[in-house]
Design a protein around this ligand. Structure first.
Ligand SMILES: Cc1cc2nc3c(=O)[nH]c(=O)nc-3n(C[C@H](O)[C@H](O)[C@H](O)COP(=O)(O)OP(=O)(O)OC[C@H]3O[C@@H](n4cnc5c(N)ncnc54)[C@H](O)[C@@H]3O)c2cc1C
Length: 582
């Protein structure tokens, strides 16, 4: 039996209240008139929506899949009914400002709600997430007339949106994009080209779909600096006539089968420039930052759902042992569950921490504080995306193991989570690319501002924890790990100055190392909070020790991999590849 997912609201609120201190949001100008009770009520309604409306359609959507009929994509029919309810209840407009018909809720709340929705049904939740991300992008970069014309329709759920980057020859390497944009006399552009792998590139939930397309204008350079961003509506904005966007096909894929992955052809479609010409990538980063946070929420949601299912199953499956004892009595199953729980809480806390820093960076009143919050959030975003998604897949896989053969067959719904979660490490920039971003951009090129924030905030947590006179074992784990991390980072930077290839070779272990170190920061904060919910406090006290003794030592392996550098790897392929950095 495939049991419904119920988001663990108590655990979520424990973190928000005691560790993330979401009440600090109430000091920020847009939120001074709100209060904790309002936030809690919103989360409580969101949890009900996820449990009642989304969880029941997860497996149905996977079974039914998507169809392309008469040139129009039809996602699973149950998804359309859920979307109508989602729109009626106002979930589309969460973080969109009031002047565009939204509710201007903090990104943090959006991240928590998204976690709940994605744990219940990720294939459905991908569309609302792109809709909200596109609204952020248009508010930040679109011409005011265009922005005012379309954003309210996104907030109301009348329109939806997509991100259109990938082409057959241009995946991670966007400099290979061929899609063309030719300027017209009225200032619009004519867009022509083929795009692949576009999530919800077409569907029957909204008539209008706003495609955010990366394309190259005439005479633009051949590299990524020659790319511009365009909004290409599926239907002409004035007449409602088709605008030259055709669906050529939908992919058959491993997971996320309820979400259509489309091949789109643009043939002389009218497009509107977003931001400046040749600055398309800069604009798209606005959207990609929200999408990376979104993948972190997807990851936490999936890990949380798998943990819940595995714990329930382990509580009633009788096997082995002396009497009628459930498998949760076996030490090996407990080891699995403890690891899953500790890692799920780690990525949840880190995602929330990143989200609240983005909120503070946007709305804080102190300029220096805003810059520091932004630096930290931008450093943590690739970690949340990549470490989060790898962790979600790991947790899903562990959950399947707890179910044994009953997890491998479809009945329990676990194998679907394993398949679905695999995509998270690939889209929105593969995890390999996230690691390059972390090490080469955030650490090396941007003076490591976010890294220094992480280190100084961890030191502050250690100092605060020391004052409590408790948790001395945890403090010493975090202190020594931080020391090792700093030495390793200094060495990495030194080696990167000599050869970028060194950084390229060690970026992935360094990202995981950063994730584990940041996770330890979260666990020290969790373990030293007074927290009023005694059951969760006690459970988390044990999990924090488990994290420090059982999971954190992996940092030593990862550091060894970072120190190993590029040569060791290149030698496995018959010698060093040329260093293209200089
Ligand atoms: C389910 C799903 C939904 C998607 N939705 C969308 C969407 O809505 N819109 C959209 O535009 N795209 C979408 N994509 C496409 C996705 O973003 C790409 O698949 C992804 O960016 C990787 O590109 P690629 O598949 O061509 O792999 P490649 O770029 O060919 O990468 C292959 C491997 O090489 C590695 N690699 C590549 N370049 C480097 C480098 N410079 N350094 C180190 N390693 C490197 C990668 O990390 C990867 O492991 C979706 C994909 C999937 C699976």
């Amino acid at each position: 039996m495939n049991q419904a997912y119920t988001p663990p609201l108590d655990e979520i609120l424990f973190l928000l209240d005691n560790v993330i201190h979401w009440s600090n949001l109430l000091d920020l100008p847009p939120y001074t008139e709100l209060d904790r009770e309002t936030f809690t009520a919103i989360l409580s309604e969101a949890a009900k929506f996820a449990t009642r409306e989304l969880s029941p359609i997860n497996e149905i959507g996977d079974d039914e899949g998507c169809q392309l009929l008469d040139g129009r994509v039809r996602p699973p029919s149950a998804f359309l009914r859920a979307f109508r309810k989602y729109v009626t209840e106002g979930w589309c407009s969460m973080e969109i400002p009031e002047e565009f018909g939204g509710q201007r809720l903090p990104l943090l709340l959006g991240a928590v709600i998204s976690e709940m929705n994605n744990g219940a049904c990720i294939a459905f939740s991908m569309l609302p997430c792109m809709l909200r991300s596109a609204a952020h992008l248009l508010i930040a970069h679109a011409d005011p007339d265009l922005r005012d014309c379309v954003v309210p329709h996104l907030a109301s759920g009348n329109y939806s949106a997509t991100i259109v980057i990938t082409e057959p020859q241009a995946g991670s390497d966007v400099s290979r994009i061929n899609c063309r944009a030719v300027e017209q006399t009225d200032g619009s552009f004519s867009i022509t080209g083929s795009k692949i792998f576009i999530s919800y590139g077409d569907h029957n939930w909204t008539d209008q779909i706003l495609h955010m397309v990366l394309a190259r204008t005439e005479n633009a350079g051949g590299d990524s600096s020659g790319l511009s961003l365009f909004m290409v509506p599926k239907l002409n904005l004035s007449s409602g006539a088709p605008n030259g966007v055709t669906v050529l096909g939908i992919e058959k894929k491993m997971g996320l089968r309820g979400s259509p992955t489309c091949t789109l052809e643009f043939k002389g479609a009218i497009g509107y420039l977003i931001g400046e010409q040749n600055k398309g990538l800069n604009c798209l980063f606005t959207m990609m930052n929200t999408m990376r946070l979104e993948v972190a929420s997807q990851s936490t949601g999936i890990a949380s759902a798998c943990l819940q299912k595995a714990c329930t199953y382990a509580g009633f499956r009788i096997q082995g042992g002396a009497g009628e004892e459930p498998i949760q009595q076996h030490a090996d199953i407990r080891r699995n569950l403890a690891g899953m729980h500790a890692q799920t809480v780690s990525i949840r806390a880190l995602t929330y921490e990143t989200a609240i820093n983005l909120d503070k960076a946007k709305h804080g009143t102190d300029e220096l504080g805003r810059r520091q919050d932004l630096a930290l959030a931008e450093f943590l975003l690739p970690v949340c995306k990549a470490w989060g998604s790898d962790t979600a897949f790991w947790v899903a896989n562990q959950a399947l193991q707890v179910f044994g053969g009953h997890g491998y067959i479809r009945e329990q719904g676990i194998e679907q989570y394993v398949r679905d979660s695999r995509a998270l490490s690939i889209y929105e920039g593969t995890n390999g690319i996230q690691a390059q971003d972390l090490v080469i951009r955030k650490l090396f090129k941007q003076d490591a501002a976010g890294y220094h924030q992480l280190v100084s905030r961890m030191k502050q947590t250690i100092a605060d924890a020391t004052k409590t006179g408790t948790a001395s074992e945890l403090i010493s784990h975090v202190e020594s790990t931080l020391e090792g991390y700093r030495r390793c980072t200094a060495s990495l930077l030194e080696n990167t100055r000599r050869s970028i290839r060194f950084a390229q070779a060690v970026a992935t272990p360094y990202l995981e190392l950063t994730g584990l170190v940041a996770g330890a920061w979260m666990w020290l904060r969790i373990a030293t909070t007074p927290g009023t919910n005694a059951a969760i406090r006690n459970e988390y006290a044990n999990l924090s020790i488990f994290y420090m003794r059982y999971l954190l030592p992996k940092t030593q392996l990862l550091e060894a991999q970072v120190y190993a550098g590029a040569e060791l790897i290149d030698n496995c392929f018959g010698g060093a590849a040329p260093d293209k950095s200089s």
